[in-house]
Design a protein around this ligand. Structure first.
Ligand code: PMV
Length: 320
């Protein structure tokens, strides 16, 4: 029995295990990367997806933000949340566990910030912790890639790679990704147009343009690949000025590929006018987010300019 001097402790409720994953931005080479050219992406630690494992009677995924609960054993084969749970169990040769997997995410959906890959990765990481197992980043990325195929059709694999490695990566489709370090921290602003843009639509339109005029599109992809190569050198030597103009050049190519939009152009112009070193769309385009490379002291001013130009959300991040 508790004596009057000993307060009764409420039982602390804690999940059995947890997993997390960051959002991501593509710095250089989106779309061209689908056609074998190199691209560079970096994690965005400020927005994350989280998964918690709680004891339950059967295996349930509780997607809190989507207001969805699903029983994994009964869910359709192509349900992304059920699929990542099943694939993880298969990979670890485990039966479906009696867990409630509670998923939350601060990453905006369909905005080029890798929310799908981050949610899947958080689930895999939580399940690994729950089973007390480990997998290499490359194996986590491969599991998540299977789910990305449902979201995007034939994705290059860059999203799952950067999210699973949680490091800036140099990515060429079909090759071992190369995580790398930046010479100096670089400051980025990520501004959301508020226009929802499913990746598979923009990717499909670029494919049709390529089928109609392969010579023109291949030349644009080659130019984007060259820019990515120069950008890697600029990142490794810490030359932010060169990097900014490479972003502007990459944006011109993306416009020619047909994936920019008036909303993106407005934000990109506002960032440049306010003193950004460079600006471009990031991800599939048509909507979603743009990114601006900025000097540390300019973060506040350029953020205000982006909001004044209609951005619905601006995230400041530092990639290092
Ligand atoms: O998922 P998003 O919107 O960041 O776009 C992915 C990047 C693309 O190059 C357009 C497609 C791909 O599979 O790499």
């Amino acid at each position: 029995m508790n004596s009057p001097s000993q307060p009764v402790q409420a039982p602390t409720l804690r999940p059995l295990a947890r997993g997390e994953a960051p959002g991501k931005i593509i710095l250089f080479g989106e779309h061209a990367v689908v056609y074998g050219r190199p691209a560079i992406a970096a994690p965005v630690q400020q927005v994350r997806a989280r998964a918690e494992i709680w004891s339950a009677n059967s295996c349930i995924v509780d997607a809190v933000d989507l207001n969805r609960q699903l029983a994994v054993a009964q869910a359709p084969a192509e349900d992304p949340l059920a699929l990542i749970v099943r694939l993880t169990c298969e990979r670890l040769q485990r039966p479906l566990p009696p867990w409630r997997i509670r998923v939350t995410s601060a990453i905006p959906l369909a905005a080029g910030l890798g929310s799908g890959a981050a949610i899947s990765t958080a689930v895999v990481r939580a399940m690994l912790a729950g089973f007390n197992e480990q997998l290499e980043n490359a194996d986590v990325s491969a599991l998540v890639y299977e789910v990305e195929k449902i979201h995007h059709g034939a994705p290059s694999g860059i999203d799952n790679t950067v999210v699973a490695y949680e490091q800036p990566v140099w990515f060429v489709r079909g090759q071992q990704p190369q995580p790398f370090a930046m010479a100096h921290p670089l400051h980025w602003l990520i501004a959301d147009t508020g226009v929802v843009s499913p990746t598979r639509i923009a990717v499909g339109d670029v494919r049709r343009a390529w089928q109609q005029n392969p010579t023109r599109l291949e030349a644009l992809f080659d130019a984007a690949g060259d820019i990515a190569r120069q950008a890697r050198t600029a990142i490794e030597t810490g030359d932010a000025t060169v990097l900014g103009s490479l972003m502007d050049e990459n944006q011109r190519l993306l416009m020619e590929m047909g994936v920019s939009s008036p909303e993106l152009e407005r934000l990109i112009q506002a960032a440049r006018d306010a003193g950004a070193l460079g600006a471009k769309l990031s991800g599939a385009g048509r909507g979603g987010n743009m990114i601006a490379l900025v000097q540390k002291d300019d973060v506040g001013r350029i953020r205000q300019a982006l909001l004044a130009a209609g951005a619905v959300r601006v995230i400041a991040t530092v990639a290092s």
